[in-house]
Design a protein around this ligand. Structure first.
Ligand code: THU
Length: 166
């Protein structure tokens, strides 16, 4: 990645940051869906034949793609959304600003993927679903997963004496 250039109009901001204050403009959404659509081509889904592509935008503006990866031992299947999120985290990212999903027909993320997203995204995080590359719905993580399990519920160190143990 190239180093961002200083913005001549808004000192202290990079040109990319200045032109993309929210990173959730219609153009941003279209790009994220396009990347999810492309990612869907890499789906390994010979058992369900349901190909899913996903893309996440991280706080530095990068986009990470994922597709669902199935296994002959069915339960080992991994959803496209988690592949995209884990790729971002494995690359050092910790904040996700938006998630887009492409499938035919369009599908909302499963509960497990919502919970994994909640680890790295705010409740306001947009979740955009597309049929192929056409956006058909959008929501927020908070609406899709109210009362997510969060680190604040983990008290103590997990030992027998810890307050979180009975
Ligand atoms: N799948 C996803 O990739 N994301 C979801 O949110 C739900 C389901 C995949 C898993 C499996 O490969 C196929 O869709 C059918 O369940």
């Amino acid at each position: 990645m190239f180093a961002p250039l200083p913005d001549p109009i808004m000192p202290g901001m990079t040109s990319s940051a200045a032109s993309r204050p929210t990173q959730d403009s219609p153009a941003d959404r279209s790009l994220l869906i396009a990347r999810a659509f492309v990612a869907r081509r890499q789906s390994h889904s010979p058992y369900s034949r349901f190909a899913v592509g996903a893309a996440v935008r991280t706080e530095d503006g990068q986009i990470f793609q994922g597709s669902n990866i199935e296994n002959a031992s069915y339960g080992l299947t991994m959803c496209a959304e988690r592949v995209a999120i884990f790729r971002a985290v494995a690359a050092g990212q910790r904040r996700i600003l938006a998630l887009a999903i492409s499938a035919v027909p369009a599908a909302w993320p499963c509960g497990a993927c919502r919970q994994v997203l909640a680890e790295f995204a705010d409740p306001s995080c947009p979740v955009i679903v597309a049929e192929g590359d056409s956006i058909v719905g959008s929501s927020t993580l908070g609406d899709l997963l109210p009362h997510a399990f969060e680190a604040q519920f983990l008290v103590g160190d997990g030992s027998e004496e810890s307050p979180s143990r009975p």
